[in-house]
Design a binder for this molecule. Structure first.
Ligand code: HEC
Ligand code: HEC
Ligand code: HEC
Ligand code: HEC
Ligand code: HEC
Ligand code: HEC
Ligand code: HEC
Ligand code: HEC
Length: 485
């Protein structure tokens, strides 16, 4: 008897189906057998109805009386609506005046995303990770998520389909990875999508939260992929944003230095989301309203945000200065690496730090102190002649202005000039020939507190003596160097 029971049900189902040869939407609450009949079993694999029922899709119609008599609202707030069909929009229920049929179609039910599904499934229901699926309703006019997502870097080619890459770069694998912590075996080509809505969001979330996110708190979503952990491409630290934010301990740290943590990690409860995706906080009403383009608005930091009132150059916060400083340190380290002896361990240590900072991609914003200290210690690490004796790094700042001798000197044709600033400010560094003609301006802009190094390439200049002149605040100093070809 126990074996017969399911058989009888199956027979009944088949009979029921044969009466309705045409596919019909029955939805979660529709005519039997609806999805709930099987997909609310309580087992983790067959619990989708129970989970869906907790999401706002399950109340997209019920919760909003104002839209219930307005045809214009139904396409996105109910299931199965298609204006092209004859019967008032629903293909199997007559809508106009038929509230009973209408009610069985209400809300964004299973079939909105899975298509008209046959029971028992004679063919697999559609499983679609594409953003277009969600974009049918979450689009510009009512809900700009799709459009903003499409403008973000998450909308692009999935980089590689190899297993180890796919878990962060391809939608179905990434969804599986975020759920289980494991990569998904390779997929057929037609199931390869970029990072879409269904990667971060789920319509079936066991730990349901306000945003229907796969991982909660929201911060965990970003950090699962934006980490160097598990993403080794060669020996290079790949997407190390999470590590950069956490700070000391992540990159190669040179002995004798003290590395700072980031205030952003300490004081922002959800750093990635708060800077990159908090619509209320960062929205430019003309362009952004959902934050899904992930564009951080740096002007906000100094405008109404945490750094409000800190107007440069009176303060430690000068975003343009930070970018300029970081860019010049990156360029300097890059050129030093190209000259360095690649057989030395110091080269690889400095190279690691260089890749770490460059691949973080924030030009120091994520963790200014850490990124800057790494670059400076690496520069000094591979050119020991630039090490400033007795200098105390870390939280302390230089006591006085210093203009160091150029190294090497004499030189041909490249040398480096280091200087230190006890306070941030406008800096100018010029090179003159022996006749007093200005041959090069090496620095002209805002620079932060601390040591700085600048490269000088004497291309096109004749051998001879040159002087370089530093001007910072009321400080002036001048030194000599010799170009010997
Ligand atoms: C008669 C029981 C039954 C009904 C009714 C039913 N399903 Fe299923 N469904 C199943 C079973 C069994 C599986 C297979 C689970 C497995 O393979 O792990 C399944 C699998 C699925 C899958 C996954 C397919 C895949 O390729 O992995 C989806 C999506 C799905 N059902 C959607 C629906 C939707 C939507 C409805 C309602 C419109 C529905 N089902 C109604 C029993 C049912
Ligand atoms: C093109 C699809 C679409 C149409 C048409 C549409 N909506 Fe929506 N609506 C959505 C989506 C998607 C959301 C949820 C996402 C969001 O909050 O941006 C939503 C959310 C809502 C909400 C909830 C807002 C909240 O903050 O909880 C209300 C109320 C609403 N819509 C009313 C209407 C009314 C009234 C109409 C008809 C005049 C309508 N919608 C037409 C797609 C649509
Ligand atoms: C808003 C769109 C949406 C709705 C509504 C929706 N699903 Fe899904 N469903 C998806 C997506 C996307 C996936 C694949 C990604 C994932 O695993 O979450 C999926 C996966 C599934 C799977 C595969 C197994 C699993 O859990 O990953 C089943 C079964 C399923 N859905 C059943 C249902 C049923 C039953 C309903 C209605 C109660 C429903 N879905 C409502 C979008 C939706
Ligand atoms: C048939 C139209 C439709 C489709 C398709 C659809 N949605 Fe929605 N979605 C809505 C509506 C309408 C709401 C608003 C429900 C409400 O607030 O009452 C909503 C709400 C949401 C919310 C919750 C917003 C909140 O404030 O609670 C999320 C997240 C969401 N949708 C994500 C998705 C994702 C991801 C997909 C694709 C897998 C998707 N939706 C597909 C219509 C749709
Ligand atoms: C742990 C997650 C993770 C893994 C694994 C991973 N990546 Fe990435 N990858 C990312 C993230 C996040 C970004 C974007 C952040 C950034 O630009 O720093 C990215 C960026 C990239 C980019 C740059 C894209 C661009 O347009 O700038 C390439 C190329 C790339 N990855 C290739 C690969 C390859 C090839 C593999 C496998 C060998 C791989 N990734 C493995 C997370 C990962
Ligand atoms: C990279 C991950 C990611 C992707 C991809 C993504 N989202 Fe989101 N989404 C989030 C996070 C994180 C939040 C919560 C933001 C917050 O905390 O302010 C969110 C919030 C939302 C909300 C709820 C907003 C609210 O106020 O209730 C909706 C609706 C939504 N997303 C829809 C979409 C749709 C539709 C797509 C695809 C076009 C999409 N998302 C793609 C991560 C993502
Ligand atoms: C499933 C993995 C994954 C998740 C989750 C994820 N990202 Fe990404 N993200 C990527 C990949 C991969 C890229 C690079 C895409 C490309 O360039 O092809 C990227 C690119 C980016 C970029 C642009 C980088 C560039 O080089 O232009 C930003 C900014 C970003 N992600 C922020 C976030 C934030 C904020 C979150 C959390 C809400 C998040 N990401 C969640 C994988 C992910
Ligand atoms: C204090 C605010 C802040 C925090 C916290 C923050 N970001 Fe950023 N992030 C920025 C800014 C500003 C930039 C862009 C710098 C620029 O304009 O070049 C950026 C750049 C990026 C980039 C590179 C974009 C590109 O075009 O190459 C990625 C990827 C990224 N952030 C991801 C993340 C992730 C993931 C987190 C959390 C682990 C995070 N960010 C935390 C502000 C922040």
């Amino acid at each position: 008897m126990a074996i017969l029971k399911p058989l009888i049900i199956l027979l009944a189902l088949l009979l029921w189906q044969s009466c309705f040869a045409q596919l019909s939407y029955t939805g979660a609450y529709g005519g039997y057998p609806h999805c709930e009949a099987c997909h609310a079993s309580g087992s983790p694999d067959m619990d989708q109805f129970t989970e869906w029922h907790l999401t706002s899709h399950a109340a997209a119609y019920d919760d909003h009386p104002e839209l219930q008599n307005d045809d214009a609202c139904l396409p996105c707030h109910t299931t199965g609506w298609d204006v092209a069909l004859n019967n008032g929009g629903f293909d199997d229920f007559f809508y106009a005046g038929d509230t009973t049929g209408m009610n069985s179609m209400r809300n964004v039910q299973c079939e909105s995303c899975h298509g008209p599904t046959a029971y028992p499934h004679t063919s697999s229901p559609i499983i679609d990770h594409g953003a277009e699926l969600c974009g049918q309703c979450h689009n510009q006019e009512f809900s700009a998520y799709y459009d903003e997502w499409a403008a973000s870097a998450h909308h692009g080619d999935p980089a590689e389909h190899e297993l180890e890459c796919a878990k962060c770069h391809e939608a179905a694998s990434a969804a599986h990875f975020l759920d289980t912590g494991e990569a998904l075996a390779s997929l057929p080509d037609e199931q390869i999508w970029e990072i879409t809505c269904a990667v971060c969001h789920t319509s079936h979330d066991p730990e349901l939260n306000d945003y229907q996110l796969r991982l909660w708190p929201a911060e965990r979503t970003c950090r699962s992929c934006h980490t160097a952990d598990g993403a080794t491409v060669g020996e290079v630290p790949h997407s190390p944003q999470a590590e950069m934010l956490i700070g000391p301990g992540a990159a190669y740290e040179w002995p004798g230095y003290w590395y700072n943590n980031s205030c952003h990690e300490m004081y922002l409860p959800e750093p990635c989301v708060m800077c990159h995706q908090w619509p209320e906080m960062y929205a430019n009403p003309d362009t952004v309203s959902t934050g899904h383009a992930l564009q951080p608005d740096i002007l906000f930091c100094a405008g109404n945000g945490c750094h409000a009132g800190q107007i440069p150059p009176d303060s430690s916060f000068n975003i343009a200065g930070i970018f300029e400083e970081m860019d010049s340190l990156i360029v300097t380290l890059d050129s030093l690496l190209q000259l360095a002896d690649t057989t030395r361990i110091e080269y690889w240590q400095a190279k690691y730090d260089y890749d770490f900072v460059v691949n973080d991609g924030s030009r120091g914003v994520h963790n200014y102190f850490y990124a800057r200290d790494l670059l400076i210690s690496s520069i000094e690490g591979i050119i020991p002649w630039l090490v400033v004796e007795g200098r105390d790094y870390g939280m302390t700042t230089p006591d006085t202005y210093v203009l160091h001798p150029a190294h090497p000197n004499p030189f041909n044709p490249v040398t480096w000039i280091a200087y230190e600033l006890p306070v941030a400010g406008q800096v100018r560094l010029d090179v003159y020939d022996i006749a007093g003609r200005n041959v090069r301006t090496l620095v002209d802009g805002w620079k932060g507190v601390g040591s700085h190094v600048v490269e000088f390439t004497a291309a096109g200049l004749a051998s001879g003596v040159y002087v370089y002149h530093l001007e910072a605040g009321s400080y002036r100093d001048v030194r000599k160097m010799v170009l010997m070809r």
